[in-house]
Design a protein around this ligand. Structure first.
Ligand SMILES: *[C@@H]1O[C@H](CO)[C@@H](O)[C@H](O)[C@H]1NC(C)=O
Ligand SMILES: *[C@@H]1O[C@H](CO)[C@@H](O)[C@H](O)[C@H]1NC(C)=O
Ligand SMILES: *[C@@H]1O[C@H](CO)[C@@H](O)[C@H](O)[C@H]1NC(C)=O
Ligand SMILES: *[C@@H]1O[C@H](CO)[C@@H](O)[C@H](O)[C@H]1NC(C)=O
Length: 257
């Protein structure tokens, strides 16, 4: 009787191991539908019916609160006290891209495959090399060419003595295309490689869209799933093999001994 049960259990375990190895690649579910552990993110994504203006595409499922979505549209907001107008007024056509970038960063539950741990006072996790769709980067760069800035990396090196970022004394204001000669220079360098502009375009399912029409659903869900599968397939089957072997030994001893 005991032997029969062990046989059945072994059969079940072998079937499970076989399924794990031969089935379609499993997306690491811990990379999907998650919020990073950062300054203003919710702990888990969920619906937010009242998300403000440019952040509203994420209202069905978001990592940002309504308050964060409102603050994302303000100058020197309570979020980061960041001053977009550090070299005179940023053109509104340019600023809307920075607002959209803030909405993506704060609200998106689809950045899991690019989340990295960091040792920073204001956040425990960041994103690195998010594959931004090439058109989203191109249009951002074109709309900002004629605005002014004084730095290439906007994460570091500001003078914060007044409570918001100002250009340090030796950093001169120039047009964006002086500090960012190409779209890739802008998208990759500005936030220390949070983005890595993709060769893929909008609608490809292979790059993250900063702008999307929510009526068609959130295209970034599928993109995250794709990268969660491709970057981590194989990890599970390799890890589960020795564990199952061990488990069968334990079960055999338990039933027979
Ligand atoms: C968001 O919350 C912060 C902190 O509680 C508050 O200072 C700020 O005024 C709020 N913003 C809005 C738009 O309600
Ligand atoms: C983070 O940095 C602090 C101070 O630099 C250090 O004490 C701490 O051990 C670091 N933590 C990790 C996880 O690297
Ligand atoms: C920082 O800004 C303050 C004024 O806001 C100025 O007095 C100071 O010299 C600046 N420091 C540097 C290093 O740029
Ligand atoms: C098997 O399980 C035992 C504890 O029951 C553990 O000490 C051992 O490291 C395990 N071996 C493997 C290969 O997982």
């Amino acid at each position: 009787m005991a032997w029969r049960m062990t046989q059945l259990l072994l059969l079940a375990l072998v079937a499970a191991a076989w399924g794990a190895q031969s089935g379609t690649p499993q997306a690491r579910t811990d990379l999907l539908n998650v919020c990073m552990n950062a300054k203003h993110h919710k702990t888990k994504p969920g619906p937010e019916d009242k998300l403000h203006d440019q952040c509203s595409p994420w209202k069905k499922n978001a990592c940002c609160s309504v308050n964060t979505s409102q603050e994302a549209h303000k100058d020197i907001s309570y979020l980061y006290r960041f001053n977009w107008d550090h070299c005179g007024k940023m053109e509104p056509a340019c600023k809307r891209h920075f607002i959209q970038d803030t909405c993506l960063y704060e609200c998106s539950p689809n950045l899991g495959p690019w989340i990295q741990e960091v040792n920073q006072s204001w956040r425990k996790e960041r994103v690195l090399n998010v594959p931004l769709c090439k058109e989203d980067c191109q249009i951002w760069w074109e709309d900002c060419r004629t605005s002014y800035t004084c730095k290439t990396n906007w994460h570091k090196g500001w003078n914060w003595t007044s409570g918001y970022n100002q250009c340090p004394v030796r950093a001169a204001c120039h047009r964006f295309d002086f500090y960012f000669p190409t779209p890739a220079a802008l998208c990759n360098e500005i936030w220390s490689h949070s983005f890595k502009v993709s060769n893929y375009g909008r609608g490809s399912g292979r790059c993250i869209q900063m702008w999307f029409d929510p009526a068609q659903g959130n295209p970034n869900e599928g993109v995250a799933k794709f990268y969660a599968e491709t970057t981590n397939s194989g990890a599970m089957p390799q890890g589960i093999g020795p564990l199952l072997l061990n488990l069968t030994q334990i079960l055999q001893r338990w039933f027979l001994g």
